[in-house]
Design a binder for this molecule. Sequence first.
Ligand code: ATP
Length: 261
Amino acid sequence: MSDVGTPPIPMLDVKELRVSYGARVAVDGVSFRIERGEIFGLLGPNGAGKTSTLSAIEGLVKPQSGRSLIDGIDTAQHPLEAKALLGVQLQSSSFQPELSIQQIASLFAGLYGVRLTTAQLADRLRDIGLEAEAGRRFKQLSGGQQQRLALFIASIHDPLLLLLDEPTAGLDPQSRRALWQRIEQARGAGRSILLTTHSMEEAQAVCDRVAIVDHGTLLTTGTPADLIAKHRDDPKVRAVAHGEVTLEDVFIGLTGSEIRD
Ligand SMILES: Nc1ncnc2c1ncn2[C@@H]1O[C@H](COP(=O)(O)OP(=O)(O)OP(=O)(O)O)[C@@H](O)[C@H]1O
C-alpha cells in the first residue's frame, strides 16, 4: 500500500494546551507542531507561559485541557512511552553539587536504563570536552561546562525530542556559540528540539522556526525571516524599529515595550 499523500507524523504536536495555576491562566490554548529534525524556538517576555508549556509537555504539570503528542503518542494517555522519547533540560539545571561529573553521568545513565562501561563513559565525556573534569564536582564547573553536561544528560538515552529551557542563559559568547553548535549537532543526529530563549540572536542563529507567545497565547509563528516579512509593515513594529526591521523589533512590536517582572 502506498503512503503517498499521508502527511508525516510530527515529532511534537501540541493542541489547544491550557495550563492554569489556581485562577491564573498561564497557557491559554496554545497549538503548534514541530517536525522531525527541526529546531523550534518559543520566544516570549517573562511570564509569557513558555516554561509552563514545556512543563505540560513534560508531564510536570497537568494541563487543564488540550493534548500533546510526541511522535503520535499522547503524553497523558501513555506517559511512559512518551517520556522515553523525550530528553529534558530544565531552566538553570542543577545537579547534586557535591557529586562528581562521572557520578552524575553514571547516575542518570542508570536512571534511564542506559548501560555504559567506564571506557564508554570516558568517551562520551571526551565528546563534550569534560573528560579532564570527570572527577570534579558539579559545583566546580564553569557555567558553560554545566550547561554542556546538562545537554549531555538530557540526551543520554538518545531521545528523539529535546526540550531545552533557556539552555544558554548566563553563558559568555564563546560558551553560547559552542552550545549552539552542540544543539545543531543534536539536530544533525536526527533529533528535534524545542527550546525557549530570550535571545533574538539565538533564535535567528539556531532556530528553523519560532513562535512568539505572550499572556499564554501564541501570537505568530514561522521562520525568523518569515516573521520579519509578515510583520515588517505592522505600525506597532514600525514604531519600535530603528531602520531595517529585525526579529527583535517584531518581538517588541507584538508583545509591547512594557517591562514584565
Ligand atoms: N508554580 C506556579 N504557580 C503559580 N503561578 C505560576 C507558577 N509557575 C508559573 N506561574 C505563573 O504563570 C505565568 C507563566 O509563567 P511561565 O514561567 O510559564 O512563563 P515564562 O514565559 O517561562 O517566563 P520566564 O521567561 O520568566 O521564564 C506567570 O504569570 C507565572 O507567574
